[in-house]
Design a protein around this ligand. Structure first.
Ligand code: CP
Length: 315
């Protein structure tokens, strides 16, 4: 874990022990369950803290989840857009991190770039650094997804998940997160040339819980039946572009349709959103009875609150 002092950094799910991962997911689910309580969801556990929200890329859910979550926990918030910091005029990452660490308690950042920059900001322990999406991983998405699965199924242990689409930063975080739960089977079907990196497979295998499996194919033969979850993401991942002009033809067979969902009639459908109906998923599925994508989106806020509390050492 990349923590020290009383601040904990979350750049990758690999930064979390199994215990910390489970604690954050359990706390997010607890806050979600209490969300209807008029007495409040979690109390002012961040009173007096200041959270910086620095998003260099577009975001609807993650930015709002951390901002609203921080405010609900009693923290103050400073928000920076892509053009606001002197990083744009050549100030170094090292100096930026050093300065912000003297003024902020937590920095939540979406760069969509190499996570090395966030690691630079996290070389101190006065200010916690949270990765709200880098090029290689979207760890807070996976934490929200694990929270959603906990709320839906009672436990993540033993779940069977079918993921279709690009092996992007959300898929990488899912593989790193789901594989930490005993008996989970994550089957990925990714277009040729758009799979998970060997490093993600290696890490998932290295940290896998007993009986957990991450398995990937680049075709739709032998689709697993009786899965609990079908999951997809937008084909045009935020901050990225595809090298080949004909990528849509390669992705088209991986669309989630009612016919595909019929293979697993009891499965719920998950999507990290934003969605493009008619691309990665049909409107019939996304707006249909099996979809829990909008619950999943709301759970991002409860999960963000749990992350912020963990960063501050509240549990
Ligand atoms: N799923 C997700 O990260 O959504 P935003 O890009 O809107 O934050």
């Amino acid at each position: 874990m990349a923590n020290g002092g009383d601040r904990r950094h979350l750049i990758s799910l690999d930064d979390l022990t199994d215990g910390a991962l489970r604690d954050i997911v359990a706390r997010g689910a607890e806050i979600a369950r209490r969300s209807g309580d008029p007495a409040g969801t979690a109390g002012a556990t961040l009173a007096g803290a200041v959270v910086g929200i620095y998003f260099r890329r577009t975001s609807t859910r993650t930015r709002t989840a951390f901002t609203s979550g921080a405010l609900r926990l009693g923290a103050g918030v400073i928000s920076y857009g892509p053009g606001d910091l002197q990083l744009n005029t050549g100030e170094s990452s090292e100096d930026t991190g050093r300065v912000l660490a003297g003024m902020l308690d937590v920095l939540v950042a979406r760069t969509a770039d190499d996570p090395a920059e966030m690691r630079t900001w996290a070389t101190q322990h006065r200010m916690a650094v949270v990765n709200a999406m880098s090029a290689d991983e979207h760890p807070t998405q996976a934490l929200a997804d694990l929270t959603t699965l906990t709320l839906r199924f009672g436990s993540v242990d033993g779940l069977r998940v079918l993921y279709l689409g690009e092996g992007n930063n959300t898929a990488a975080a899912l593989a790193r997160g789901l594989s930490r739960y005993p008996g989970v089977r994550l089957e990925l079907r990714t277009p040729p040339g758009y799979g998970l990196t060997p490093e993600v497979h290696h890490r998932a295998a290295t940290t896998a819980a007993r009986g957990a499996v991450v398995h990937e194919r680049h075709d739709l033969a032998e689709l697993p039946r009786d899965v609990d979850v079908v999951y997809t993401t937008r084909w045009q991942t935020t901050g990225t572009s595809k090298p080949d002009a004909d990528w849509r033809a390669v992705f088209a067979p991986f669309q989630v349709t009612s016919e595909l969902m019929a293979v697993a009639p009891k499965a719920v459908f998950m999507h990290d959103l934003p969605a493009h109906r008619g691309e990665e998923v049909t409107a019939e599925v996304l707006d249909g009875p099996a979809a829990i994508a909008f619950d999943q989106a709301e759970n991002k806020m409860y999960s963000a609150m749990a992350v912020l509390e963990w960063c501050r050492g509240s549990y």
